[in-house]
Design a protein. Structure first.
Length: 219
């Protein structure tokens, strides 16, 4: 079973630095393609205007990839539609966005459309999955909870979170003194920021969701 991710830049036409945002997105997607090469059936590419997409050969790194893109592109808001299902290939060229079709793409597109609906018009909730499973709604509740938590973070807290995800991944085991040095802040200041955003329980919850996704998609 394959997993597709479709991303959509929210309100990109209103951005005064739209070209710079697209340039950065292209760079970030190249980083993802290099970093997660073995897990990809189709590389991430910008496709329709403000959209991009990629296809994974397993669910193992769904959230690692998603949070890497999300963190690197912050404060740009991106909707993510995730679909899991069967895919048929007519072209096995990873560089080509063409040559694959099936449930994973259809479900990801449905997830994007749901996020564009009036129910989510404030753009706070920006991740949704569809895989025609009994646990779809439960998983999406996790994503909504994560979005609620993130909405309370300050710009500085987001910067710290993004730095950690970019350099360490979804991890809680890193040397905080070393990280504080790299961020040029006191260890006590870093600890206060991490405590304020609930970093450890937040990331532990994401990793628990990763395991749940792996079990249900690979089952």
């Amino acid at each position: 079973m394959n997993v597709s991710i479709i991303g959509d830049l929210v309100k990109s036409r209103d951005m005064v630095d739209r070209l710079d945002v697209h340039s950065k997105l292209s760079k970030v997607l190249d980083e993802v393609n290099e970093k997660f090469d073995q897990e990809l059936s189709k590389y991430f590419q910008i496709t329709l205007g403000d959209e991009f997409q990629g296809l994974l050969n397993s669910p193992v790194c769904i959230l690692d990839i998603l949070y890497y893109i999300k963190s690197r592109m912050h404060p740009v808001i991106i909707r993510f539609g995730i679909g899991a299902g069967e895919i048929s290939f007519t072209d096995d060229n990873k560089m080509s966005a063409l040559g694959s079709e099936g449930e994973a793409w259809w479900f990801a597109r449905d997830a994007i459309k749901e996020l564009e609906s009036n129910k989510y018009k404030d753009d706070k909730y920006n991740i949704r999955i569809k895989m025609n499973s009994k646990i779809d709604s439960s998983i999406n509740s996790f994503f909504e909870l994560f979005s609620e938590i993130e909405s309370n973070w300050t710009t500085r807290q987001w910067d710290i979170f993004s730095y950690i995800i970019t350099n360490y991944g979804l991890e809680v085991d890193f040397t905080k003194n070393e990280l504080a040095d790299k961020l040029r802040i006191k260890p006590s200041t870093l600890s206060n920021h991490l405590s304020a955003i609930g970093y450890n329980p937040y990331v532990n919850a994401i990793n628990a969701l990763k395991k749940l996704l792996n079990i249900n998609i690979l089952d």
